[in-house]
Write a protein that binds this ligand. Structure first.
Ligand code: UDP
Ligand code: MG
Length: 337
């Protein structure tokens, strides 16, 4: 289940750390130093070997510079930088794929997920031999009304799609065992939505309840457009139900038209032919609308099939600190000469 040693990419085989912490980071110049200041003592205090994988999702502010500075004093920090902004889930993918630990925790960079809970997750997973520990949001009091309502609707719908396996209000703050990580890595998904895929795995799991805190600095990078995208990805990833909805809509409109046809014929036999053009017009608009909705639904799926066929990677890594040739440490072969 656990790999004893893994190549860090620099030619040396290091023993795998016990814990990896994956942090997707996008334009977090204000939040990042605060997050690190709170996270580091907690991880140091755990008493196990750990690594932190910071995925810089193509930040355009001072984030990369700050990360390099932090790394100089904190060698456990590994920096992976994307060539451009590729999104939160892509950053999570890169982190999960590159993390080497026996356990992998993913956490946001803005301290909305309290890092202290990592200790609880880790202990719970170890004591009870769990593969997944979800961070479940007990209270969203600090989120805006809009965010709470849209999130509520999202989780309601997702539980309908994935089933009761999926804990309510569990986002991307969670712990995965090596077995769960390897299972996720083996999936061919192109737009993975981890909060659905992880419960879908069905591994034995536990929960740690936490209060979602206010963002420590900066502002959200999840505007409505990204939220809609995540919701669409989630639905189409897990269900063909919308396609069936198209069938039902089509069927309904067919029945309505059939009734209208009978009505029109009756009107014709009674000699009143001129009135009724408005119902005809409405019928036309209705059918037109239904057809467009159905074409749009097909488009959503075909678009995804198309990008799956193209098989383009979800991100490009421009830089990985673990792949840097360490200047101060010559390779073993150089010693041999
Ligand atoms: N994030 C990212 N790429 C993006 C948007 C966000 O890596 O394109 C990161 C961000 O830095 C943070 C996490 O994903 O660590 C969650 O984003 P955010 O806090 O903006 O979302 P919210 O908590 O408001 O849903
Ligand atoms: Mg946040």
């Amino acid at each position: 289940m656990h790999n004893a040693a893994a190549s860090a990419g620099d030619g040396t085989a290091r023993p795998a750390p016990v814990l990896s912490v994956v942090i997707p980071i996008y334009n977090e110049q204000e939040a990042l130093p605060l997050t690190v200041a709170r996270l580091r003592p907690i991880l140091d205090g755990l008493g196990v070997d750990y690594e932190v994988v910071g995925i810089d999702d193509g930040s355009t502010d001072a984030t990369p510079v700050i990360m390099q500075k932090i790394r100089q004093e904190w060698p456990e920090l590994r920096i992976v930088r994307f060539a451009r902004n590729s999104g939160h889930q892509a950053a999570l993918t890169a982190g999960i794929h590159r993390a080497l630990g026996h356990y992998v925790v993913s956490i946001d960079a803005d301290l909305q997920d309290p890092p202290e809970k990592i200790v609880d997750m880790f202990t719970l997973a170890r004591d009870e031999d769990l593969d997944i520990v979800y961070g479940v949001r007990g209270d969203r009091g600090t989120d805006t009304f809009f965010k709470r309502r849209t999130a509520g609707a999202y989780y309601w719908l997702m539980r309908k799609l994935v089933g009761k396996n999926m804990p309510n209000q569990a986002g991307d703050f969670r712990l995965l065992s090596r077995a769960a990580v390897d299972a996720l890595k083996s999936l061919p998904e192109h737009q993975p939505v981890y909060r659905l895929l992880v419960p879908w795995l069905g591994f034995n799991s536990g929960e740690v309840v936490y209060v979602r805190e206010e963002r420590v600095a900066g502002s959200t990078h999840y505007p409505l457009s990204k939220m809609i995208r995540l919701a669409l990805d989630s639905i189409t990833n897990f269900s063909a139900a919308p396609l069936r909805l198209a069938t039902w809509l089509g069927l309904t409109s067919f029945l309505v038209c059939f009734a209208l046809a009978i009505y029109t014929t009756l009107q014709y036999t009674f000699g009143s032919t001129v009135p009724g053009w408005s119902s005809l017009f409405m019928g036309m608009l209705f059918i037109g609308g239904v057809q467009l909705v159905c074409v749009g639904l097909l488009g959503e799926y075909i678009g995804r099939i198309y990008s799956a066929v193209q098989a383009r990677p979800a991100y490009f890594v421009g830089y990985d600190s673990a792949e840097e040739a360490p200047a101060a440490q010559p390779r073993a072969s150089e010693y041999a000469a």
